[in-house]
Design a protein around this ligand. Sequence first.
Ligand code: SF4
Ligand code: MSK
Length: 657
Amino acid sequence: MEAKKTDTVKLINPSDVTICEATAQMLRKAQRDGVETAFDRAANMKACPIGADSACCKHCAMGPCRLNAKDPYAKVGVCGADIDTIQARNFARMVASGSAAHTDHGMGILDLFRGVVNGTITDYKIKDTIKLENVAKSIGIETEGKSTTEIAKELYTELEKTYTQLEGEIPFTKRVPPKTLENWRKHNIVPRGAMREIMEMMHRTHMGVDQQYENITQQFSRTALSDGWGGSMVATELEDIMFGTPSPVCVEVNMGVLKENQVNIIIHGHEPSLFESVLESVREPTLIQAAKDAGAAGINLVGMCCSGAEMLVRHGIPHAGNFMSTEAVLVTGAVDALGVDVQCIKQGLAKVAACYGTLMFTTNSRCKIEGAVHIPFHDHDAKACTDEIVIRAITRFKNRTCPIEIPKIVNTGVHGFSHEYITYMLGGSFRGSYTPLNDNIINGRIRGVAGVVGCTNPRVKQDWVHVELVKELIKNDVLVLQTGCSQIALAKAGLTVPEAAVMAGPGLREVCETVGMPPVLGLGACVDNSRILVAASQMVKEGGLGDTIAGLPVAGAAPEWMSEKAIAIGQYFVASGVFTVFGATFPIVEGTRFHKHLFEELEEMGMGKWGFTADPYEMARMMIAHIDKKRKALGLDKSRERVLMDMADRRAMEAAA
Ligand code: SF4
Ligand code: MSK
């Protein structure tokens, strides 16, 4: 093995940077092997303090301009832009980039759907016709007496507007609670088409255009909503239609899912079309035979990051770890091929892969990486790419030279709680609805609902903030919904099994034990945060919890976020009405008018608001305080007091129900 010698100065202590034992074990091995990872680079590269405060601007060649975050109104940029304009523009561009990522992902899935519907793509098909009909009906398409193809064609035509429409409101606004939509109209933040919103956002943040932070906020709210209720939601819904709607499945997570005696293939990225095709390829009898001929016991397909999370919830494919474990997993030496598509793929992966002889393949024309071999993936001939990845992985297995060390850690979890399944799970097949969820919130057994989502980040102890926050929330009877890398952190910590109900407060525990569900429900990838929006709309529609999303006893968090997509997600939750707390860092200087606008004034405008703390216990306290504030406003504070104080009273309420 030819390992790259690290020239970093500060040596990390793996146990200080992660609570993931498998990752720590591999970081120790990487140190022995002289291999560098993002953890080392983060320790040796101090975050730029001016950039961290978002107090700099490089939007034109009169700058770059630096302001002083400690005295933010002391200076302005060369053009005269003040701290509020500069921060708002920087924030807006993060929203635009994050929204563009989800929207382009959704557009790729829409392209695939069009090919399937028109019959030009045959490797994929419509799998879930019930979901197809339900999605069509939800945006006003008449389905009675129409064939699957007819409905699919009409749905395609409608959903295309999500991206290309110049005027009007995107189709999924029909799912938004009327009072919430009314508030969006009042503030002129209803998205027209995602391409238009992103384009206008980039225009307005160009030098010398929009220089009023409230007006910039208006457009980045509209842009973010075009992601959450647009690009992301289209991706989720069409993926369910073509690949199947998730329902609970028991899965294995952590690096122990790698098998020394098998050909190990990891797929990492965000677009499940690649992963679905690799799944077909590894089931190909000729390729299985080829693996056996090479001396392998079989082919072991494993996911990482978000497309891994999608395959986990749809097919129960094992998952090796979240974003901050993607380099560490290669250190095992056991990965024969790493196939990637788009988003959250560190460039550093190529060097680590080279150190251990892992073959790394890029597949999407949007994402090429020096050192990785590019095998183009096309929807109309998907298996040409994915068969090739499998064939090359088998060759690498046959020629393995470096020693293998796989951490012997495997955790199990139950994942795959689509919003449709939550309906069924709580209401049963004949009376499936959100009534039982709302009832349990109203009677106080469930205090509220929290979405805990998002990335891991090497500037934060990996998984620790996610796990401590969620433990604190469920202990206080808050039901937790999860997506993305966060749900993998919780799965590794053993909280996504029904038995974890013992860690919940008495009310939530009772509900979990009655239904047989975990207190932490994994919903899918970061693009599937749209499932949480639909669930929130359903809760409003069901009745008893007010008439807006902003009125619900719910809160959101991204405790270890790192990507611009996370900022876009945070903003669409805030604009939809959800109090959203971020950890790690926040790119705005406290004490500025723009900070006040996001952290206080948006709520006064009928939306949600932002919050920030790096401390998980404080984060839980803030979220619970918000949930309690909403319960009080709904007149539900008394029912919860009874639940907490009087068990006999609770039984009486149950008998009456
Ligand atoms: Fe400086 Fe204004 Fe140019 Fe930004 S736009 S770099 S603040 S001169
Ligand atoms: S992959 S955006 S690190 S959740 Fe979606 Fe994970 Fe965050 Fe990427």
